[in-house]
Design a protein around this ligand. Structure first.
Ligand code: SAM
Length: 370
């Protein structure tokens, strides 16, 4: 059997090698994987960490994902949708801080009032954030769930150029165990393909530590990202919310926190080693299970962070899971805190740039827009 060292010298990792690596628990061997991922990151993407200011603009949702705190059946949630003006104000602030890109995230809604709001807001953000530093305005990523192809086309035409839609898991049985029957993996995958055809930079990801999830499932998730030619990846630990269908797993999931953290970090490192030049986010959920979780994510190969821009008044109403960090910190505090965290791991912030996925840029072979 090859040693971890020998496996890490291969340029292309096969399924068996990835499975060997994700099963590693010896701290010295984990360090070998981390440093290989870090090398791959620096060689393929450089030292910069790119910001995407996160605006959670609505928690109204028609979906009923069993794990999610804002699922439609959770009647304890105070539902909100930010006004156009509030979203634009957040975007303006984001551009002024030099963040370069914005993520508009919400619960899932497919009605015309909602999709028209998003379309209008995207157009206005583009118009109001053009400056000498950002000649094409803010880069906009949408994360608003499954929509009709026509809606995706309208939103792309309005100026959004990246889309995040997590598959949550690529294992059909596991997917069925965490979603109601009308929500299907096939439909999520179809959406990803349509988004790609339209021209979006496409991001997906999975939750790590789901009850019943095995290391084999996680390896298949990574191979799915590779085979579907995904441009951006956002993965994070599953954290139980007590007002959901899956509340019975609270004790068992919490008992496995350390293992889930290790799996999450190894997933980031292996994603970097397998996909090389994609953008990978160090997600907020990582910081929920470990105070320096996001720094660790960066250290294991991530290069994107999403500072919170959701207005403080509604932040406590966008609780996908419990103990979400930064719910009381205003955006100025978030800014200072993140920059310190990024510098603490020897990285630099890529201000005033879109920080697009280089994987995508190489694919389309277009002009080197930042
Ligand atoms: N509604 C959109 C969608 O479904 O793509 C975007 C918002 S959704 C709330 C964003 C992501 O939150 C989901 O894709 C899921 O991975 C994550 N999430 C939800 N509940 C979670 C939990 N309990 N633990 C960790 N992540 C969770």
């Amino acid at each position: 059997m090859s040693s971890i060292d020998t496996i890490l010298q291969k340029d292309v990792l096969d399924r068996e090698s990835i499975l060997r690596l994700i099963a590693v628990r010896d701290p010295e061997q984990i360090e070998l994987i981390r440093s290989a991922a870090n090398r791959t990151l620096l060689e393929n993407c450089g030292n910069k960490v790119f910001y995407r200011g996160l605006v959670e603009f609505s928690n109204v949702c028609i979906s009923d994902c069993y794990y999610c705190g804002i699922r439609k059946s959770n009647h304890g949630v105070n539902r909100y949708t930010l006004s156009e003006q509030d979203i634009l104000e957040a975007a303006q602030w984001c551009a002024e801080q030099g963040y370069g890109s914005l993520v508009l995230q919400s619960g899932e809604r497919t009605d015309r009032t909602f999709t028209d709001l998003v379309e209008r807001v995207v157009k206005k953000i583009k118009e109001c954030t053009v400056s000498p530093k950002l000649p094409d305005g803010l880069g906009i990523t949408l994360c608003i769930g499954e929509q009709e192809p026509e809606v995706y086309r309208r939103l792309f035409a309005a100026g959004a150029h990246r889309y995040l839609l997590r598959v949550e898991t690529t294992n059909p049985q596991l997917f069925r165990s965490i979603h109601p029957p009308q929500q299907t993996l096939e439909s999520r995958v179809r959406c990803l393909e349509i988004l790609k055809q339209i021209g979006f930079q496409v991001g997906t990801g999975v939750m790590i530590g789901l009850p019943g999830q095995t290391l084999e499932h996680l390896v298949d998730d990574l191979l799915f990202f590779r085979d579907r030619d995904i441009d951006m990846v956002g993965m994070g630990p599953y954290i139980v919310h007590s007002d959901t269908e899956m509340k019975q797993y609270k004790v068992s999931v919490e008992a496995q926190r350390d293992e889930i953290l290790t799996r999450s970090l190894l997933m980031i490192a292996l994603c970097r080693l397998v996909l090389k030049d994609v953008n990978i986010a160090a997600t907020t959920a990582l910081q929920t299970i470990k105070e320096n979780g996001r720094e660790l994510g960066l250290d294991f190969g991530a290069n994107v962070i999403m500072p919170q821009l959701t207005p403080l008044e509604v932040r406590k109403d966008y609780l996908l899971y419990e103990d979400k960090p930064c719910v009381d910190e205003n955006r100025e505090q978030c800014r200072g805190c993140l920059e310190r965290r990024i510098r603490s791991v020897g990285r630099e912030v890529g201000f005033d740039q879109w920080g697009d996925s280089l994987h995508f840029r190489k694919k389309v072979n277009g002009p080197g827009r930042s």
